[in-house]
Ligand binder design. Structure first.
Ligand code: ADE
Ligand code: ZN
Length: 326
């Protein structure tokens, strides 16, 4: 089969993955044992069986429980290194990894442990795998503005180890404007800005992410297709959407992959990219997302090329690197 082979072999950038969402059940169990952190599942199989989600929140509850086994700098390194080896195998040449520091600092893990553990794996990926990897710090939107400001403060001593900030966790009821002042501060600091918007939440949240947070990319954004004016805005300004098809399927954003709106988004001229979101929880890494989405929706080789080109255009790689990719 030629199309699956093209999808696997083509160089690509991954721009929307949460590193804590790459923790495979086997690694959760190994870390649970080596750190003496109990988890409420008796076996790897029992844990995997809990991965039956009905919406975003039902996933987040299990995702935060899984992340509770991460204690040492080595744990954070091992988690990111495992993902980056998978990325290499999928011909990802550039990866931007989200991390959720508040999940860890709230448990008493130091910001330094989190950032230096993840960053050392990114450096190692550059030298040992030829994968260019960087970090984006995400604020948890179900927590307060004050908590986000405190998190930013704790991270600033490590400003050179992350390239931007994002906004994730429970979307509905936590609109972007809650974090307008935090994002304004991050903008002054020269950080790149992204936010999850329009995953489960309404198109209005995409508008406010753009106009109030001034984000450069929208994570998910699939609900934008409900608002023709928003679609025009995204196309006109070439605002990328980091779409995660298997995530949308597993969190019941779409009833089946063949009903995903990725083709409509592409046909409207949007800068769409394909990503894995939380690969250990949603049944696959980035190539699984490409292969299953193409099989279900009938996208073509030309669209595969567009998606790969979009991933490089949408990345925060420097201009010189982007030129070399073209
Ligand atoms: N955190 C990890 N994955 C997420 C998602 N898909 N949406 C919001 N927050 C997340
Ligand atoms: Zn996400």
């Amino acid at each position: 089969e030629r199309l699956p082979e093209l999808l696997r072999a083509m160089p690509k950038a991954e721009l929307h993955m949460h590193i804590e969402g790459s923790l495979e059940p086997e690694l959760i169990f190994a870390m649970s044992q080596r750190n003496g952190v109990a988890i409420p599942y008796a076996s790897v199989e029992e844990l995997r069986q809990a991965y039956a989600f009905t919406n975003l929140q039902s996933f987040l509850d299990i995702y935060y429980a899984g992340a509770s086994v991460l204690i040492t700098q080595q744990d954070f390194h091992d988690m990111a290194w495992a993902y980056l080896q998978k990325a290499k195998a999928d011909n990802v040449v550039h990866a931007e990894l989200f991390f959720d520091p508040q999940t860890h600092t709230a448990r008493g893990v130091a910001m330094q442990v989190v950032i230096e553990g993840l960053h050392s794996a990114c450096v190692r990926a550059g030298t040992e795998l030829g994968v260019d990897a960087s970090l984006i710090l995400c604020f948890l939107r179900h927590l307060s503005e004050e908590d986000a400001f405190a998190t930013l403060e704790q991270a600033l001593p490590f400003r050179d180890k992350f390239i931007g900030v994002g906004l994730d966790s429970s979307e509905v009821g936590h609109p972007p404007e809650k974090f307008a002042r935090v994002f304004a501060r991050c903008r002054e600091l020269g950080l790149h800005l992204v936010a999850h918007a329009g995953e489960e939440g309404p198109p209005e949240y995409v508008w406010t992410a753009l106009d109030l947070l001034k984000v450069e990319r929208v994570d998910h954004g699939v609900q934008s297709s409900k608002d023709p004016q928003l679609m025009q805005r995204l196309a006109r300004d070439r605002i990328p959407l980091t779409v995660c098809p298997l995530s949308n399927l597993k969190l019941c954003v779409f009833p089946s992959l063949d009903q995903h709106n990725i083709r409509a988004l592409l046909d409207a001229g949007l800068v769409v990219t394909v990503n894995s979101d939380d690969p250990a929880y949603f049944g696959g890494y980035v190539n699984d997302n490409f292969l299953q989405t193409f099989a279900a929706t009938g996208l073509t080789a030309a669209q595969a090329y567009t998606l790969a080109a979009n991933s490089f255009e949408a990345s925060f790689a420097d201009a010189g690197q982007k030129k070399r990719w073209r």
